[in-house]
Every structure is written in C-alpha cells, then in structure tokens.
Design a protein around this ligand. Structure first.
Ligand code: ADP
Ligand code: MG
Length: 392
C-alpha cells in the first residue's frame, strides 16, 4: 500500500530507523439519519476505505514529535505544553496538530499514562469534505497512544474521548457519529447507532451494492453559524412542544403523529426544522428492517426522501449538492442519493448497483462538470473496519 510505504520512508529518513507500529483509522459516510445525532436519534454511518495512517514508535524523551507528511510540517508537544496549545519553544501549535494534541489532552483528563512518540502520518481522506478526516486523525492517534501506553479502552470509549477532545480542545461542536464510525467500523456493514443510549449494531449491506461518494468540491463556508442555528431551532421546538408533551426531552421523543397534531402551534421555520428531524428519525427506524430483508430499493427511497427534506425543510443544501443528487437519481443502478454530512457543500452519498458503478461514476462526473463547470471527485467506496493497529 503506497501511503504506508510513504510514511514509513519519511519516518526512516527523519528518525533514522523504521517505525515500530502503524495504525490506521478510517473516515466515514452517513447513509441515513442526518442532523439527528444532536436530537438523540439514530444514525446509519459506515467507515469508508479511506483512512489516516500513522507510523510511530515510543521514545524516551520529554516531547512527542509529529510529522504531517501531507503538509510537510513538523510539530512537537508534551503533556506540559498541550493545554496552552504550544510547542516546547513556546511557538503555537499549527492547526493540524490540534487534532493529535486533543487526544493527549483527553487522555490527561482520564489520567491515562501518555508516553512520548515519534510519528509520521498521512491520509487519503479529503479534508473538510465532510468525510471526517479530523475524527480519523483522532482515532488513529488514540490507537497509537493506546499501543505505547499499554492501556486499553473499548472502541466506543475511544470515540467518546475523541468527541470530547474535538468539542473541548479543538473547539468543534460535533456529535458522536464521526468518532464512533471511525472507531467501530466493520467491513461491509453499515452501523446503526442510537445516539441516546449509544447502543449500536451492524446492519448488512448486500454485496452487489457499492457506496459511491461524490464530492461537489464546494467546501463549506459559514457552516458553524448555520449549524448552531439549526441546533437552537431544534431546542426551541422541544420547548414549544413541551407545553403539550411535558415529558419529552428531545425531538427523538416525538412521533410523527404527535408532531402533525401540534405542528400548527409552532412558527414556520422552527416547524420545518423539527419536521425534518422527527420524520428523519422515523425513516431511520424503518431502515433496519428494510436492510435486514435486503430491500435496498426501499432503503434508497428513504435516502432520496432524506435529501428532499434536508433541502426543503432543514435548508442545508446548496445548488451544487442538488445538481449532484438530481443527476445521480436519474442514472441506471442508483438506488438512492442524498447530501451527506452537515450540508452547505461537501459530498453526496449514493447507493449504486455494482454492475453499474463504473458507468455511474463516469456519467455523474461528466454531467456535474457540464452543469456546474466544476470537476467533482468521485470515490467508489465500501464499508471498512474501524481504527486498528495494522503493524505491531
Ligand atoms: P472533515 O470534514 O474532513 O473532518 P474538518 O474541518 O473537521 O473536516 O477537519 C479538517 C482538518 O483536519 C484540516 O484543516 C487539518 O487541520 C486536519 N487534517 C485533515 N487531514 C489532514 C492531513 N492529511 N494531514 C494533516 N492534517 C489534516
Ligand atoms: Mg471533522
């Protein structure tokens, strides 16, 4: 594998010996259950076959030294410098180093032993496209520090620490899905996570279906403001609905039927946001039985409905995402297509019959380029295993 050879060779060049270990942690894509994680709903992601790889060895030194091979940059930090986001020479950590440093920060909070390491890492997950390159860096370094620290956490515990790290150290208000999928992925399976109880299980995906990810190449601007607005709209909806349903704690607790009865009491914009969430949770409730029965066709319809709802009710789509989805849905072999992730740019996810997948990718790419003048990236992917040590 090329990326492993590359980081191993940079490691040897820089540190004068071979790395003792290599860890990998995948990116993720969400098939159904969008913008419901922070409403305690269900999500249906898969870890993908693109990942961050870390070559590393424990060292007997005060500081860890990390090289981001994709940026050709180096940074050092230790438990003493991590809280101030600085390096031993008191310069600020570069932004990319916040992700591995956040892992150290979260391990310190748990009083877990943190040994120093030399490490070189690289990734083939596109950055900022909504495929969670950031969570994959966190989960890969969790494995790295776990390996040299001789402690052991479950994948879900590592995911929760990674989420805490990204929320509180990096400062990004993400839900648990990204780190969960990167930590807990299973080859050829979708993952069904209950974001309230954190119970999860795998769901089969038929062998003759591919997950195709299409990157609009529009990289989200202004998302954090819009994302926080959506979250507070959902909170407002819960407060309004509590007047009639005093026992609800989140939109997860409201059925579609109840919502329809009370919808007229809620102002238009908040009603649309909440309707998306309530109906999306209902869709993800249906998904399990459909996929267990191998009914990809009906599941794909739920994906298409999800896109319409994100576009018209939650209002997080943009014309380029709509173009990519409309084109995909018109092509042979496409069961379902929708925007995935927070929206406002990034990727669409498509379920496509394997026999059509090459034609699908080519026609989608050409069609998108003709309509938008942009050259998209199309990744034919499959569900992969979660974060793991691949060389001991
Ligand atoms: P994503 O949707 O990909 O998770 P984020 O904005 O959350 O997008 O994370 C992207 C950030 O993660 C980048 O700005 C960079 O700091 C870091 N990052 C991602 N990939 C790499 C990489 N290959 N090397 C170094 N840092 C990376
Ligand atoms: Mg991220």
């Amino acid at each position: 594998m090329k990326i492993i050879d590359r980081i191993s060779s940079i490691y040897r060049e820089k540190f004068g010996r071979s790395p003792a270990h290599i860890a990998r942690a995948p990116g993720r894509v969400n098939l159904l259950g969008e913008h419901v994680d922070y409403n305690n709903g269900y999500v249906l992601p898969a870890a993908i076959d693109r990942a961050t790889y870390v070559a590393f060895s424990p060292i007997n030194a005060r500081h860890s030294t990390l090289i981001a091979a994709d940026f050709n940059q180096q940074a050092s930090f230790s438990a003493e410098t991590v809280p101030s986001k600085t390096q031993p020479d008191e310069s600020l950590l570069p932004e990319w180093a916040h992700y591995p440093a956040s892992v150290v920060w979260s391990l310190m909070e748990e009083n877990l032993p943190i040994l120093s390491m030399n490490a070189v890492f690289a990734s083939n997950i596109p950055q900022g496209s909504g495929l969670s390159s950031s969570a994959s860096i966190e989960m890969a370094f969790m494995i790295a520090w776990q390996t040299i620290g001789s402690w052991s956490l479950t994948p879900m515990q590592r995911a929760l620490l990674g989420q805490k790290a990204e929320n509180n150290y990096v400062g990004v208000n993400c839900g648990i899905m990204d780190q969960f999928a990167s930590a807990c992925g299973v080859e050829n399976k979708l993952l069904l996570l209950d974001c309230r109880s954190l119970e999860w299980k795998t769901i089969p995906l038929p062998e003759d279906v591919s997950i195709v990810i299409a990157d609009t190449t529009i990289h989200r601007k202004l998302t954090s403001g819009a994302y926080n607005d959506r979250r507070s709209d959902c909170d407002d909806a819960v407060r309004l609905l509590q007047q009639d349903l005093p026992n609800i704690k989140s939109l997860r607790d409201v059925s579609v039927e109840e919502f329809n009865q009370l919808a007229k009491k809620i102002p238009g914009k908040i009603e649309r946001r909440a309707r998306h969430v309530v109906e999306e949770i209902e869709r993800s409730n249906q998904a399990e039985a459909l996929l267990e029965a191998g009914d990809v066709k009906s599941f794909g319809k739920l994906m298409n409905e999800c896109h319409m709802s994100l576009r018209d009710l939650y209002e997080v789509s943009i014309p380029e995402l709509d173009t990519m989805v409309d084109l995909a849905q018109s092509l042979d072999g496409c069961y379902g297509a929708r925007l995935t992730g927070a929206g406002f740019g990034g990727c669409t996810v498509n379920l496509v019959a394997k026999e059509n997948v090459e034609d699908f990718a080519q026609t989608l790419s050409m069609g998108y380029e003709v309509e938008t003048g942009l050259h998209p990236e199309i990744y034919i992917s499959h569900a992969s295993n979660g974060a793991e040590l691949i060389k001991r």
